[in-house]
Design a protein around this ligand. Sequence first.
Ligand SMILES: Cc1cc2nc3c(=O)[nH]c(=O)nc-3n(C[C@H](O)[C@H](O)[C@H](O)COP(=O)(O)OP(=O)(O)OC[C@H]3O[C@@H](n4cnc5c(N)ncnc54)[C@H](O)[C@@H]3O)c2cc1C
Length: 435
Amino acid sequence: MADKTRRITNWGNYPAIRAEFIAPESSQEMRAEVLRHSRLIARGNGKCYGDAALSTCVLSTMKLNRLLDFDREKGIVHCESGVLLAELLEHIVPAGWFFHVTPGIKNITVGGAIASDVHGKNHPEKGCFSNWLLSFELMLGNGEILTCSKTEHADLFWQTCGGMGWTGIILSAKFQLMPVSSMFMQQRTVRAENLEAVFQAFQTHDNWPYAAAWIDCLSEGLYAGRGVVYFARHLQKADSPDAPLIYPFGKVRNIPFFAPSGLLNRYTIRAHNWLLFNRAADGEQQIDVDRYFYPLDRMRNWNRLYGRRGFIQYQFCLPEENSLQGIREILNTIRQNPDLPFLSVLKRHGERAPEAVHSFPIKGYSLALDFPRTATVFSLVEKLDAMVWQFGGKIYLTKDACSSGKMGRINPAEFGDAKFHSLLKERILANQTSG
Ligand SMILES: Cc1cc2nc3c(=O)[nH]c(=O)nc-3n(C[C@H](O)[C@H](O)[C@H](O)COP(=O)(O)OP(=O)(O)OC[C@H]3O[C@@H](n4cnc5c(N)ncnc54)[C@H](O)[C@@H]3O)c2cc1C
């Protein structure tokens, strides 16, 4: 019999599994596949980093990619779940609309945005994607389709937002956009000499809706945790260069092949960090929305820089009161280990809506760290899990590949027999009381 499986990985290129990969073209075809398999998971564009969206049977939504309606007056999009944010930008920007909440990547599906309940650099003001989500259609394990919103099947709505695909398959969604009149952002750059100064900058600029910082995780002593903080706000048409509202915007380059696995090492990372810090200049400038929100999308396949062994992204969020001390101690621990992060992004977060039980951000700060995959990185993750736990924090499941079950992780190899029965909440609560 022909082997219907293929090798699948997500953005981190680790882990890789062999799985049956099916891309239904309609909800009827999707239903037939859902009924045929007892172990399965929905998959969007595979831009989560670790092992979410992996199972013995993967049902891709990429062919459910129709824009069903776009109300240009009210800024409401209704689309199938496999539509990419990048595709939507081409329709919504010329009509004067943008996403209230967007992650730092536009090549993700609307289904993926809901299942991870993604956040952007404006979480204190706008919350997560679910905040602007009006409703979605969800296919359950028995093939039944339910419309879920904050008032209809509300429990299932909130179990699905950030639920990592464990409640069913999101078929389509409706969400609210925000009006924009310019393609430009006003960006303020602040160079901060150490971690305390980075936190100070976040506090003194809390009137800027967007904020994120790059941290030099290798800097030590008086300069430990130095970084560059980028604040931004949308410009109005009257205050910005007269560029038409259009998409796509800018050139995309490509990394054509995998780099040698040792390319990112202590010396190259140190040189990269030195450049990033020293080339940043304090001050303000106007930059286009694409460069501001999606700089990484301008380098197609940049994940190949980590080599064929791939990499692990570890993103955690600590409560505000523990953030500075916790992140300082975590950076100290990392510096004493052989594994060093290449990229690191610090964001501030606001209150989480109490119903948004699976959304990642809690009021405080999150740090995302990319580590090349080595033999020793797993023991580092174990140490980081213990520290994040001790500081009352949590990890972002959409990035995770190897954290402990205590952190809310469910091993996809165990998942599937109870198809689409969301055990996530119960599992987390059980782990918290036993841990
Ligand atoms: C460069 C980069 C930057 C990023 N920046 C951010 C950021 O700033 N903020 C942030 O929050 N995230 C960020 N992410 C993570 C990314 O936004 C999420 O992982 C997102 O879920 C990926 O969407 P996808 O369509 O690729 O889904 P996939 O990666 O295919 O799947 C992700 C999860 O969603 C589930 N899923 C997908 N589609 C459906 C569906 N139709 N029904 C049910 N479940 C579904 C899958 O089962 C899986 O659990 C970033 C990722 C990258 C690569």
